[in-house]
Design a protein around this ligand. Structure first.
Ligand code: TC6
Length: 698
């Protein structure tokens, strides 16, 4: 029989055991193997029931995503589910670990479902820009009703066994070996004469207000289309016969599969995993990593400490004085209480973290035994060097000395110590216990096992870790500075910051650049402009209108006034009427006649600036692969996941089109819009950024 399906019997029960590690994805071989095994069971007169069970860590994690985009191979999944359901035998699925997507659709094709108490089920296709395409949107609502099915299909969330049983998805929960409990359940069903129970034959779900539900889902999805398609598919389950509903689901599924959005999301799925698989780290053992030191207990330092505590590490945090130490402890305890409230940790874990895992001290000597120290002090080279000099003196040999700098030269920081091989950049994003991105900044002399330890730390903290080389701003902040400047140029030329923010949130960004600037603090950009003023190219256009607001002490959300005005204690904001006046003054001084911008032009300029700088970051080796840049933007900068990242977006647009736009913009401002050499080469050779990703993966 098939390699991936083992067939055995236990009395009148045929056992179909799926053995396709790591997660029993429904590859062609699995589909074919299941179909053949069903034939075999049905051909055996002794067999009364079929048990489907998975080996390893999951029942079935869904369709094999690696097959998407390839020519379809028979048997297809909808037919397999229908074939299982149509069996004259009683079919049982025994679920453990996760049962996701096509996996749940197979289970819904079965007549009865039993699960381990720890099992979780879900239809996560929406996270891949898809909807269930093998009957999930037709069968699930027949069990749960339309509303619950829509919630499952549009959130894609994993549902715990208890809740799934309450919803009617699981018939029985029983702890034990999935095969043993499954066989026992099958025997009970046989002896009680339980009938075949095909969900397709159950009543269609009642009608709900489909249009209102669709609108709500589309609004929540901020431009993502697959959630809305999921609603329409469930509507078809309610309004059409089962067979017609299946055809409607198939049509919507095929449309989604062909969409750029699913291409973007599938790119994100694979690359959020691939990004930390560095070939040079294969076989390199990380150094010990049980205790970490954090220098500075401000928002960033406290966030890093919280993240490490939540990952069960011991933390020693250093502050400059007793009052600052108490404030830092207060911040960390506040975040840990939040984690307790959200159910991330138990009361006893919380108490242990606060009392024994966290030490807050004012003396560097407390760092003498830690495995790794992360410095999160003021962004000033002299201050950093002083800190690293002190760390060099107190830390044990082999301890890793890391800087959380967001743009300073890590080579220069390393040179302030006698052990540059132990120095690395670990750039977290605020709030560090929530944001998923970690840039692991590798300096010239960083030892390879120190790099491996940086990635190991990221893994333990649940981060998406991306390797970055040394340059001003590394991957993310360097690219950000560039596309922010493109937005500033558009403001000088006549687009309002509010139109720009709206056009970009319509594109799918979590926030527009001016709302982000207010949130981060306008003083940050102001300081950066001052820092960079000396080395500025004569052709560089730098708007200064916002500096006037900073000079008056208005730094955005934290002071209640920036591009927007903020009401105390509320997230609501309105445009600041001073801004158009400041902009008009600067335009007059520069003799610029403002012009209109369409939303489309705003998005094009913003995205082209992002892509051009991102291509330069790859070209210079600051990022390892185009997909690494994509993951940085996705996980650190609110880039819409359904677009896959800026370089995936560029591929989908067509690189020739993107380059042509950049060349057109360069006619107005040759310095800012100088095309990336890599982008030019790719266009000339007819290749894409994804071709580079694939070449690197080999
Ligand atoms: C669907 O079913 C559509 C049906 C309609 C059809 C008509 N395929 O995440 P991990 C790999 S859509 C292929 O590190 P975890 C993954 O790449 C699908 N490969 O582990 C990784 O490989 P690597 C709906 C897959 O324990 C390895 O398995 N299903 C698939 O943290 C381990 O993964 C989903 O969307 C797959 N379906 O989490 C489920 N799934 O080791 C997506 C995983 O070479 N998967 N791999 O890097 C997940 O959510 C998680 O992987 C998990 C396991 C919860 C299953």
């Amino acid at each position: 029989m098939s390699d991936v399906i083992s067939y055995s019997t236990s009395g009148p029960v045929a056992i179909l055991r799926i053995q396709n590690p790591p997660v029993n994805a429904l590859s062609q071989a699995v589909r074919q193997g299941l179909s053949e095994a069903m034939d075999r069971a049905e051909a055996d007169v002794e067999i009364k029931a079929v048990l489907i069970v998975g080996e390893g860590r999951a029942f079935i994690a869904g369709a094999d995503i690696t097959e998407f985009g390839k020519p379809p191979m028979e048997p297809n999944l909808p037919d397999l589910c229908t074939r299982i359901e149509a069996s004259p035998l009683v079919v049982i699925a025994s679920m453990h670990g996760v049962t996701l997507g096509g996996g749940l659709e197979v289970a819904l094709g079965a007549h009865y479902r039993i699960a381990q108490p720890t099992a979780r089920v879900g239809l996560p296709e929406v996270h891949l820009g898809l909807l269930p395409g093998a009957g999930g949107t037709q069968r699930l609502p027949r069990l749960t009703g339309a509303e619950k099915a829509i919630e499952a299909v549009t959130s894609g969330r994993q549902i715990k066994a208890d809740e799934a049983r309450e919803m009617g998805i699981i018939d029985k929960i029983e702890e034990g070996d999935p095969q043993e409990v499954g066989v026992a359940y099958a025997m009970d069903l046989i002896s009680s004469g339980a009938p075949r129970r095909a969900i397709s034959e159950m009543a269609a779900p009642s009608s709900i207000d489909w249009d209102a539900t669709y609108d709500g889902v589309m609004k929540k999805g901020r431009g993502q289309i697959s959630g809305g398609a999921g609603v329409r598919a469930v509507q078809a389950a309610s309004e059409l016969s089962f067979a017609d509903g299946m055809a409607a689901e198939r049509k919507l599924f095929t449309e989604m599969l062909a969409s750029d959005q699913s291409k973007g999301m599938i790119h994100a799925f694979f690359n959020e995993r691939a990004v930390s698989n560095l070939p040079e780290l294969k076989g390199v053992a990380p150094r010990a990593l049980q205790s970490i030191g954090v220098i500075g207990g401000g928002t960033m330092g406290a966030g890093i400490a919280t993240a490490a505590l939540l990952a069960q590490m011991e933390v020693v945090l250093i502050e400059t004085g007793e009052a600052q130490a108490a404030a830092a402890r207060g911040r960390i305890e506040g975040s840990l209480s939040g984690a307790l409230k959200r159910g991330k940790i138990s009361q006893s874990q919380h108490d242990a973290l606060v009392t024994s895992a966290l030490t807050v001290a004012v003396n560097y000597d407390s760092l003498s035994t830690v495995d790794l120290v992360i410095e999160a002090v003021f962004e000033d080279m002299a201050v950093k060097k002083e800190v690293f000099g002190k760390l060099d003196a107190v830390c044990k040999p082999g301890a890793i000395l890391a800087s959380n700098t967001s743009y300073l030269d890590v080579d220069e920081i390393a040179a302030a110590t006698s052990r540059p091989a132990d120095v690395i950049g670990l750039h977290f994003f605020s709030p560090a216990h929530i944001m998923k991105l970690l840039e692991v900044v590798v300096a010239d002399k960083t030892a390879i096992d120190v790099v491996a330890t940086g990635f190991e730390l990221g893994k333990r903290l649940g981060k998406i870790s991306v390797r970055a080389g040394v340059c001003d701003g590394f991957i993310g902040n360097r690219i950000l500075a560039h596309y922010r400047t493109a937005a500033d140029h558009m403001v000088l030329d006549g687009a309002s910051p509010y139109q720009i923010d709206r056009a970009l949130t319509d594109f799918g960004f979590a926030m527009g650049p001016f709302a982000v600037a207010d949130l981060a603090g306008l003083d940050i950009g102001w300081m950066t402009r001052k820092r960079k003023a000396a080395g500025r190219h004569p052709d560089e256009r730098v708007p200064t209108y916002i500096d006037k607001l900073c000079e008056e002490g208005h730094f955005g959300r934290k002071t209640g006034e920036g591009y927007y005005l903020y009401e105390a204690g509320s997230h609501a904001s309105v445009p600041n009427p001073k801004i158009p006046v400041l902009i008009a003054d600067e335009q007059a001084a520069l003799e610029i006649t403002p012009r209109d911008f369409s939303d489309e032009e705003i998005v094009t300029r913003y995205m082209c600036a992002m892509v051009n700088e991102a291509a330069k970051v790859v070209e210079e080796g600051i990022a390892r692969r185009p997909a690494d840049v994509d993951m940085v933007l996705l996980f650190g900068y609110g880039f819409p996941r359904f677009r896959g990242g800026p370089l995936k977006w560029a591929d989908l647009q067509g690189l020739d089109k993107v380059l042509a736009n950049i060349e057109r913009f360069a006619q107005e401002d040759a310095w800012f819009w100088k095309p990336s050499a890599l982008l030019e080469q790719l266009v000339t050779s007819g290749r894409s950024f994804d071709d580079l990703n694939r070449a690197q993966a080999k």
